[in-house]
Each structure stands twice: as structure tokens, then as C-alpha cells.
Write a protein that binds this ligand. Structure first.
Ligand code: GRF
Length: 188
């Protein structure tokens, strides 16, 4: 089985969906590490309650991105990580990680990329008054939400849609699509 590390900065509801899929056997992988750049994030509690190792760090305590990424790479290599799944990791991946895990880093983004990259993608789409938005799972490159798409899921906006209802719909798609897509990638 492949070894997967998840990177998260916040709540980790997508991380939880991945944990659940692994426990149910629909995602056949070993979840070997959570990498988190925010001490105190809820994602860390989720890892702890499922006995998943964590590497939690404070970026400001390092002199550069490459300094903390070098440490992350060593934590990943220690555990023979095959794939990295970004799940709300709010940082651009730098050359140190990209070179070590080329083609093995996957991200989920809450819009139909290339539309609405960057922060608050759900809010951006809602404000723009689009008829349709959704979720994209893509390979990670050096840009912000720019790598090649792997899978997308659509969400159609209803007449009485609010940010709250739209967010819920997007999250539902995310939690189904991410584990399913990871399984397909791992199987290849
Ligand atoms: C998700 O919307 C994901 O698409 C984006 O960040 C959010 C993370 O949410 N990259 P959560 O922490 O998984 O709940």
C-alpha cells in the first residue's frame, strides 16, 4: 500500500473525509503523517484521535521556506511517503518539496479552476454571480492553484443560494471527490 501524508492548516474536514475513507477501506492507503503549519489547528486533534503521526511547525521560527521544507522532506522520507495530499494547507509549496515529490503532490480547491484561484474561492464565485462553481483536484506546481486538473465536481447555484448553503454543497462534493480521486491516483 502507498504511504500518504496530508498537509493541513485549519479545520481539516477534508483530512477527516480521507481518514474515514481509509478506515472504511474505500481509500487503500496508509495515512502516515499530518503536516501542519498552525499549532492548535483542529486538524491536529483529528490526527491524534486516529493515531496518525504529526509534524507541527511554526514557519516564523525558520529562516526561510526552504529551511522548514527541508525538515518536512526529512519527516516524509523517514516514513517513505509516496503521495502528499494538500487539504487546506494555506501556503505555496516551494522548490525544496516540489523537487523531492515531483508529480506526487495533489491539492483540492473549492472552485472550477482556472476560475477563482487563491483565497476565499467560494466567496469570489458567489460575489461574481456565477451560475455554476465547484471543486477541482489538481497536481501541484509552483503556482497558486495552477497545476494540471485531475478531477472536477460541479455545483449549480440555486436562486435562493446563500454563502452558507453554497459552502455546504461545495464541502459535500469535496468530501466525496477527494478520497475517490486519491484512490484512482494511487491505483495507477
Ligand atoms: C477546502 O475548501 C479546500 O478546498 C481548500 O481549503 C479548504 C479546507 O477545508 N483548499 P478543511 O480544513 O478541509 O475543512
Amino acid at each position: 500500500m502507498k504511504n500518504v501524508a496530508v498537509f493541513a492548516s485549519g479545520t481539516g474536514s477534508n483530512f477527516q473525509a480521507i481518514i474515514d475513507a481509509v478506515e472504511q477501506g474505500t481509500l487503500q492507503a496508509n495515512l502516515v503523517l499530518l503536516v501542519c503549519d498552525k499549532p492548535g489547528a483542529k486538524a491536529i486533534e483529528r490526527a491524534n484521535s486516529h493515531n496518525i503521526d504529526t509534524f507541527v511547525f511554526t514557519p516564523k521560527q525558520y529562516e526561510s521556506k526552504s529551511a522548514f521544507e527541508t525538515e518536512i522532506v526529512s519527516e516524509l522520507q523517514k516514513r517513505d511517503v509516496d503521495y502528499i495530499a494538500l487539504a487546506g494547507y494555506m501556503r505555496l509549496i516551494g522548490p525544496t518539496l516540489l523537487q523531492s515529490y515531483e508529480g506526487k503532490i495533489i491539492n483540492i480547491h473549492p472552485s472550477l479552476l482556472p476560475a477563482f484561484p487563491g483565497k476565499d474561492a467560494i466567496g469570489q464565485a458567489f460575489q461574481a454571480g456565477v451560475e455554476k462553481t465547484g471543486v477541482t483536484i489538481h497536481y501541484v506546481d509552483e503556482g497558486m492553484d495552477t497545476g494540471p486538473a485531475i478531477a472536477q465536481g460541479d455545483v449549480v447555484l440555486e436562486e435562493n443560494e446563500t454563502m452558507e448553503t453554497l459552502t455546504k454543497k461545495i464541502q459535500k462534493i469535496e468530501h466525496e471527490l477527494y478520497p475517490k480521486t486519491l484512490q484512482k491516483i494511487i491505483e495507477q
